[in-house]
Design a binder for this molecule. Structure first.
Ligand SMILES: Cc1cc2nc3c(=O)[nH]c(=O)nc-3n(C[C@H](O)[C@H](O)[C@H](O)COP(=O)(O)OP(=O)(O)OC[C@H]3O[C@@H](n4cnc5c(N)ncnc54)[C@H](O)[C@@H]3O)c2cc1C
Length: 275
């Protein structure tokens, strides 16, 4: 199948893009790396009258390193992160996760903003960024708003993107030197979408300890105080029963599925402890 006919625009700046995206007289769709939207267009699951390609907008590729964070434009690609074109403030977490996304051709084009807006629960960025405490900035007709990355995802394939808005940037906090993280993705073949994801961060200097059970059927399960999962606190201690209860309370009904997800989280925590 082929897409329906549509007009195509490739604005050079953010204001021009926002003007086009805000045109409510026709069905407008934004395209970034096209890795998810391309197949959806071909299958006519999406039938835009105008496609707004945002990849020529320099501001969306801009990266700013701050003392407490890195702010990257929505059109930064997975390969930009993998190759170190984005300064790493996460003690290796972001480049390591980027390397495990699909294969190089997808990483060359796929963008961080596209991944978060597509809101596939099995995708990698949503889980690791939720563990790192990242946030997104959106710009639209009523100005700018900032959300925790996990709040941007409302459910499977549903982001909190209002009419006329664009996701403009992602802010990732700088980890302290003593911070440790772990990420574990269960999938059939390297580089595939995950069946289960565990992500964990402990950053004692910043009093942060977060855990994420990802690749669920919907939003990731974020445990903002992960100390409750660390049993008596000895190295290797993990309260699997507490993790299972959290997963069950969050709606993960299938016991085997819960066990696989809890196993992913256990391994993420183990990886953090051996760093
Ligand atoms: C074969 C294959 C394997 C893959 N494997 C993995 C994997 O293992 N892990 C993983 O995490 N991902 C995987 N992906 C997904 C890929 O990494 C892309 O991140 C993802 O497809 C979306 O990014 P994109 O830039 O291509 O977005 P697009 O496909 O261009 O857009 C996706 C959606 O986001 C919207 N959008 C894009 N940017 C913005 C913005 N700035 N503001 C508002 N709306 C926006 C679009 O309108 C569309 O609805 C895989 C993809 C393929 C094709």
């Amino acid at each position: 199948m082929k897409p329906v006919n549509f007009d195509y625009a490739r604005p050079a700046d953010l204001d021009a893009a926002l003007a086009l995206v805000g045109d409510d007289s026709r069905a407008v769709k934004v395209i970034a790396g096209s890795q998810s939207l391309g197949p959806m267009l071909n299958m006519r699951l999406v039938q835009p009258e105008l496609l707004v390609d945002i990849t020529a907008i320099e501001a969306l590729k801009h990266v700013e390193e701050r003392s407490d964070a890195v702010v990257m434009g929505a059109c930064v690609t997975h390969a930009d992160i993998e190759d170190g074109r984005v300064p790493d403030v996460t003690r290796g977490a972001l480049p390591a996760v980027a390397r495990g996304i699909a294969y190089r051709a997808v990483r060359n084009r796929g963008t961080i903003g596209g991944s978060l807006t597509h809101a596939d629960p099995s995708a990698d960025w949503i889980s690791i960024l939720a563990a790192l405490g990242a946030s997104v900035t959106l710009r639209g007709p009523s100005g700018e708003r900032r959300l925790a990355v996990e709040d941007y995802m409302l459910g499977a394939l549903e982001a909190d993107l209002r009419p006329g808005e664009l996701l403009v940037s992602v802010t990732v906090p700088r980890l302290s030197l003593s911070a440790r993280w772990g990420y574990y993705k269960i999938c059939r073949k390297t580089g595939e979408f995950a069946h289960a994801i565990g992500a964990f961060l402990v950053d004692p200097e910043r009093h942060v300890s977060r855990a994420v059970i990802g690749a669920t059927e919907s939003r990731p399960i974020v445990v903002a105080n992960a100390r409750q999962l660390l049993g008596d606190g000895r190295p290797g201690a993990f309260d699997a029963r507490a993790a299972e209860s959290l997963a069950e309370a969050a709606g993960m009904a299938d016991a085997i599925d819960r066990q696989i997800h809890v196993a992913a989280l256990r391994r993420a925590i183990e990886r953090a402890q051996v760093q």
